[in-house]
Design a protein around this ligand. Structure first.
Ligand code: ARG
Length: 263
């Protein structure tokens, strides 16, 4: 995670960002700290990356890389405003002796990659259409040695995979079908017949931008209907207030890069 110490909406690279609205920086930091404490309280070790001036979106740490079993596929940002974030993430992984692969194609890390360790021996779901290039999906498969299912995003409001789909546990997902092309919807229905289906209101409340440990599902407090759906599916929703991070077009999942060590 990376604290929103320099968070602001100074440019607009997704439809949620409105540069005319002033962000409450103190509130953003307070909400982020609560998210961090919530994760720690559930027993997760949280590493903190130092925030850098001039990189207001660095708080969305999920976009910095994607790791599977000790191997890291580095990010390469689409927009120049975020390009320098990749190096900070790379430095973190290299200093911790992770196997790090430099990407040749544009990809925004866990923003567009989800991992299901219990499905087909480890399955990667990947989004393209707005940020990550489809060519990066093939590259991720070569680097990580896991099957990658390519899914096409079609709604600019849900520009990263993690705004429209999330893993609930090692083999189950939740998603908002209309965020995907008709063909990708078929693929998802075929692979995940028992998925928790979200609607547009759930997705707009950033209810799919969640972090799950297989039991606790941490999600944006605004997404109360989504909390009800995950509870009905047998999980324990843990709502956190993240109204300020939503102004940049992100929520819980965007703020967390999962570190998947070697198993
Ligand atoms: N303002 C950031 C951007 O548009 C938000 C990134 C959200 N992160 C995510 N994993 N969806 O790049």
């Amino acid at each position: 995670m990376c604290p929103p110490e320099h968070f602001t909406v100074a440019y607009a690279i997704n439809p949620w960002m409105d540069t005319t609205v002033v962000v409450d920086a103190a509130l953003a930091l307070k909400q982020w700290q609560l998210l961090r404490e919530t994760l720690a309280g559930l027993g997760h070790a949280v590493h903190v990356l130092a925030a850098q001036p001039g990189l207001p979106d660095m708080v969305y740490a999920a976009n910095g890389a994607f790791s599977v079993d000790g191997t890291v596929y580095g990010a390469r940002f689409k927009h120049p405003q975020r390009a320098a974030e990749a190096a900070a993430h790379q430095l973190f992984y290299r200093s911790q002796q992770w196997r790090f692969a430099d990407p040749s194609h544009v990809n925004e890390g866990e923003g567009d990659f989800a991992y299901l360790p219990g499905a087909y021996g480890g399955l990667i779901l990947a989004g393209h259409g707005f940020r990550t290039e489809a060519a990066a999906h093939a590259e991720a498969q070569e680097v990580l040695g896991r099957p990658v299912v390519s899914l096409r995003l079609v709604d600019p409001a849900f520009y990263h995979l993690d705004t429209a789909l999330a893993a609930l546990d090692d083999r189950h997902i939740t998603y908002y079908p209309e965020a995907f092309s008709p063909a990708s919807q078929r693929v998802l229905a075929q692979l995940f017949p028992d998925a928790v289906i979200a609607d547009r209101a759930d997705a707009e409340a950033f209810g799919l931008n969640l972090v799950s440990d297989g039991r606790h599902v941490i999600l944006n407090a605004e997404a109360s209907a989504m909390a009800g759906k995950v509870r009905a599916a047998g999980y324990l929703p843990v709502p956190v207030e993240l109204s300020e991070l939503k102004r940049g077009g992100g929520s819980v999942k965007c703020a967390v890069a999962e570190l998947r060590n070697q198993t």
